[in-house]
Structure formats: C-alpha cells, structure tokens
Design a protein. Structure first.
Length: 629
C-alpha cells in the first residue's frame, strides 16, 4: 500500500516564483537539501526546520549552468558557472568569487555526486571524469563521445565499489543510451527501440544485481521498462560493439489510465521495486484537466493514491528520504509519503517481507514473445478458419491424431476448439504430460486460458477438478492465466480460489478484495458442503464433526484445555456473531482456512474461545470488511 501524508512549505515565493530553472539535490545530511534556482543562487535548506541555513550566489553577469551538488566525502559544494568555470567551496565561505576556481577545457552538462563514489562530471560531448581526476589537470582534453546528439537525461549510481553513469541522448528522433564506468574506462552505447506513435518525455533508472533498469515515460501516457545488463568488459566485446550497435527492446510496465481518466505525465521517479510516482495532468472526458501527484503500483499496475494540486506545478518532481519536493503555485512544497508492499496481507500486518515470493521466477504472459503461444488464438485461428473449406473437420482431426508431436500449441488449441469437452480435456492432459521444456509453463498457461475461454462461452461447462489439479501441480502465476480467478469467482469455487491465493505470487489487489468479499459472504452451512482444504489451520484447531455440529478444542503447549467465553482475550461483538448462539464465533474452521492465504506468512491470531481465526473481524480489518461490502 502507498499513501501521501502531510505536506508543508519549505520555501515561500521567490523573486520570480517557481519555475523550470529550479533543481534539487541532496545536502550533506539526511535532513538537508540543496536548491539551485534561476541560474544565480544555491540555497541549503534544513527540511525539519523549514528554513535556509546558507545561500551562495554568483556575481552579476555569471550564470550557474548546472545544479550545485555536495561532495559527500569532503562536505564541500561543487558548481559550474558559464559552462566551463568550476567552483568549490565550504559552509564557512561567503563570497563565491573568492572560492576555488578552475577553468575546464569543455562545456559541462551536469555533475552527479555519489555518497561513496565522489562527484562525477559529465561533459556535453559525453565524456566523463571523476572530480579528483579532473582537478589534477583541469585543462586536460575531454573526448567527444557523442556526435550530433543532445543529452536529454543523466543519472549516476553505485554498483558494488564502482560508480556507473548512465545518460540518454537524442538525434533526429532517435534515442540512445550510454552506460559508462569512469574508473574502468568502460563505455557501452545502445539504441532505444523506436516507437512511431510516441516519444520519451523523461527517464529514470536504478541498478539491481548487475542489471540497469531504465524507466521511460512516453507521450502516449505509458511507462516502459528497458533492461540493460552491466557487461564485463573485454577486448572482444569492445570490438563487437564498434561493429554493431545493439538495439534495446522495451516492455510496457504501466498504463497511466484509470476509470476513463488519463494522466499526462511530466515527471517520473522510482520509489521502490514496486512503486513509481508520476506528476502530471489528469484528463477525463467533459472535465477540466487537473494537475496531480500520483503513486502507482507497477506490480499490480494500479493507481495507489493521488493528490490534486489546484495551484499548478512546474512539471518537475524530486524525491529524497520518503519526501516529494515540487513547486505548487509559487512555493516549494514538501509532501511526505510511505510505501509498503501492496497486498491485503500487509494491510492486516501479517506479511513477512523476507518470505515474499519472487515474482521474477514466474513468466509474465504479457511479455512472452513466442508467436505460437501469444498469437495462436488470433493469427492461427484465422488461418485455420480459411483452410476449413479445404480440409474438413474429420480429416483435420485425423492428422492431429497421427502427428500430435508436429503440432504447435496454438495449432492444437485451434484444431480442438470445437471438440467435445472430454476430447479437449484428454488432449490437454496429454499435452501437459510432455517432458519439461523452456516453454512448458507458458504452454500450461495456454491450456488454462483455453479452458476458461470455453467456460465463458458455455456457462454450463466448468472442469472444476481439472483446473484444481493444474493449479495444485503446476507453478503458475496470475499473469499466465488472468481469467482463471474471475471464472472461479463467478462459479463460487472457493477451493480453487484458495489454491490460487496460496500459490499465485502476483494476484492483483482488486481480485484479492473480491475473494475476501466472497469468503466473508458465504455461509458456514454452505461451506460445510464444499471441498475446502483445512491443512493451513489444522495446527490451530482440532475439529470433530458430529451430526453437522462442530466441536473444537484448543491445544496449548501440548495439552488440551477446555475454555469458555470468559477466558477469551477478546470478546466478540454480538452483532458480528453468526447464528442464534451467543457463544458462537463469526468465523468457522472452513472460512478460517479460506481466509488464511490473505494473512501472509506470519502466524495468524486466532479466537481463544473456539480456535478459529478471528482476526478478520477484530484485528485491524474492519475497514477492509466495510470496503468489501
């Protein structure tokens, strides 16, 4: 879950108000930020006190041409004015004109400062130098890495002990990505995959496990992801790179639309592995555009929270230490935020983050590129229909019988789309028994999709046992068969929903809420006639069935103890109880087992009077319960 919290003004209206000339950088402490504005001055602010601690400005006629940064190793400030003049000073220095000065041989684009790597200087020609190397010989020749290209964005990161600088350029509508390791004299150039209908608006990136993740906000109101492995440089790789320019493919990460409204983004920042923040204008039919700050969940592809900014913004957004910084109207505003793993289990407070399944281990249906798996239901079906006039159904089935191994998955599904339910299930079972292949998981996803498609077309058809068998025995994910849980909800198949919640690592939050609503609305009497797996809660309850009456005893420290309502730590509200018996608990063992997957990996609390899980109605979930109904 993500939330926007309190906000406050860090700086009032400046001489000319807020504008695109502003830039924010981290200060020498966690509570400090450096604001560079309008090319003339830099101010150090203490965030908690909402006041400036120092201000430095260049003299009349000079212009700060890149943001001022802090050298975290020396606690000095570094700036460049008039493109080539380098200035370095400390807190006690008042007059910048008397501070250290060095004239460089090339124009500087930007300085990036890393906490443990020192400042990196990026020149407009694409050359990069560490500050200490540059200070040894300020007039050293700087190579031109780019030719005819214009730098659009740059960022610096630490990978292990090595600083890495990434920047993007544009030339004649083409975009390029450069990855440099200055201390290793390593440079790699890539070309970004073109998209005729849209262009990149802004970029951001992060590095994890030797992989650069470049996020691109495009003009078509979408965020794309580009993965770039950090290469181990060798002479052979360098020679290959000179001969051929690698093209980077991108994948759709997020559509900035919700409930008919579209967010025209201007700035994008990464918050954590599952959340990004986008600043932009929210447009909807027949409504005035509204500028908003939004937080999106990239894992579930949902809008988590938003805040309207009626006074307008400059389109710029910065983020440090769980704080957003932006110009709202003419003032610099700080908005606090918090991000947690977006799941119902986290909301209940039972999620153990260290045991969260890694979604990357599961294939994503939306990113599969195999034509036989992705396009089989479209392209191959159209081909099959055109050929039907030449090959009758009987002969086609005979060919399929004789040469099952030569048929692709798509062809097999098309050939048997009109077969009987028994024949279809038999062929699909046979398909799944093949030896494991790299595409087997995607194949199983196609199998489930074929079954759910038939369920939607024929309401009387529902292969309950077959679907449960597939989910129980195969490592699937929600994204491989997105319609499965929707069909199970429609059929009120509580056992299948229970299995999906236990085994799928990427269930969207709206589906989770739908399951919660279904579980809470079904009666205990109806559940007793359903196939519900009680293994997850059997360690908390000891159930004996006698003439449809449930008798439960608590097992404490290896001993059985008889307890009554007076010994229960939390009393049950009378209005929440089911049935006419005042001592009955609203959640029975079957429903407790269904609710268990929603409680995360931690030990669920349970009602001490009867042993069933009582936390859903008593421990912090009343708002979720109300929201579901």
């Amino acid at each position: 879950m993500a939330a926007l919290c309190e906000s406050f003004t860090l700086r009032g209206p400046g001489p000319g108000g807020g504008g695109p000339g502003l830039c924010l950088e981290p200060g020498p402490g966690r509570d400090l930020v450096l604001l560079t504005e309008r090319g003339r001055a830099a101010t150090l602010f203490k965030i908690s006190d909402q006041k400036p601690l120092g201000c430095w400005s260049v003299k009349h006629g000079q212009i700060l041409t890149c943001p001022v940064v802090c050298n975290f190793e020396t606690h000095e400030y570094v700036a460049v004015h008039d493109d080539k003049v380098l200035r370095i000073w400390k807190n006690e220095d008042i007059n910048l004109d008397k501070a250290f000065k060095a004239t460089l041989s090339a124009d500087v684009y930007r300085i990036h400062s890393l906490p443990h790597g020192g400042p990196l200087v990026l020149f407009r020609g694409g050359g990069v130098r560490t500050l200490d190397v540059l200070l040894e010989a300020p007039q050293q020749e700087i190579e031109n890495v780019i030719s005819g290209e214009v730098i659009r964005w740059s960022g610096a990161f630490m990978e292990g002990q090595q600083p890495v600088l990434i920047f993007t350029t544009e030339k004649d509508g083409d975009f390029f990505v450069y990855v440099q390791k200055p201390k290793l004299s390593s440079l790699h150039k890539y070309k970004l995959e073109q998209q005729e209908s849209a262009k990149p608006v802004c970029f951001t990136a992060h590095i994890t496990n030797q992989i650069v993740t470049l996020l691109c906000l495009y003009s078509n109101d979408s965020v794309y992801q580009v993965l770039i492995p950090l290469q181990q440089d060798t002479e052979e790789e360098e020679e290959e790179e000179e001969e051929e320019e690698e093209i980077l493919s991108k994948s759709l990460l997020l559509n900035l639309s919700v409930s008919g409204a579209v967010l025209k983004g201007t700035s994008l920042v990464v918050l954590d592995k599952d959340h990004v923040a986008v600043l932009g204008s929210l447009t909807a039919p027949k409504k005035q555009p509204r500028e908003c700050l939004t937080i999106w969940n990239t894992k579930f592809q949902t809008l988590q929270t938003s805040k309207e900014l009626p006074l307008g913004t400059s389109g710029q957004l910065w983020c440090y230490e769980e704080k957003f910084f932006l110009i709202h109207g003419k003032v610099l505003t700080v908005i606090m935020y918090k991000c947690e793993t977006s799941s119902l289990a986290a909301a209940v407070g039972k999620l153990k983050y260290s045991q969260t399944p890694d979604v990357s281990l599961f294939m994503n249906w939306n990113t599969l590129e195999d034509e036989e798996l992705v396009a089989s239901f479209q392209s191959q079906e159209s081909v099959a229909l055109k050929a039907e006039s030449r090959i009758n159904l009987r002969s086609r089935s005979t060919v399929a019988e004789e040469q099952p191994e030569t048929l692709s998955v798509g062809q097999l599904l098309v050939n048997y789309k009109d077969a009987s339910n028994y024949v279809l299930e038999t062929k699909l079972r046979k398909l799944m028994k093949k030896a494991p292949t790299p595409d087997l998981q995607a194949t199983i996803g196609c199998v489930v999709t074929a079954l759910t498609d038939r369920c939607k077309k024929n309401p009387k058809y529902y292969p309950q046992n077959f679907l449960q068998e597939i989910v129980e025995t195969r490592n699937l994910s929600y994204s491989l068969c997105p319609d499965l849980m929707a069909v199970a909800l429609e059929k009120k198949d509580m056992h299948l929903l229970q299995l999906c919640l236990e085994r799928f690592p990427d269930v969207p939050e709206e589906i989770t809420y739908a399951c919660l609503k279904a579980f809470l609305s079904v009666s205990e009497t109806h559940l007793q006639n359903m196939d519900v797996n009680l293994d997850s809660v059997i360690c908390y309850i000891d159930v004996e069935f006698d003439n449809k009456e449930v008798k439960t005893e608590i097992v404490e420290n290896g001993f059985r103890a008889e307890m009554n309502q007076d010994m229960c730590g939390t009393k049950i509200p009378r209005e929440s109880q089911s049935g006419s018996d005042d001592d009955s608990c609203p959640v029975g063992p079957q429903k407790a087992a269904l609710l268990y997957p929603l409680c995360g990996e931690g030990k669920p609390e349970h009602c001490m009077c009867c042993g069933c899980l009582y936390l859903v109605l008593s421990k912090g979930t009343s708002s979720l319960y109300a929201k579901s109904f």
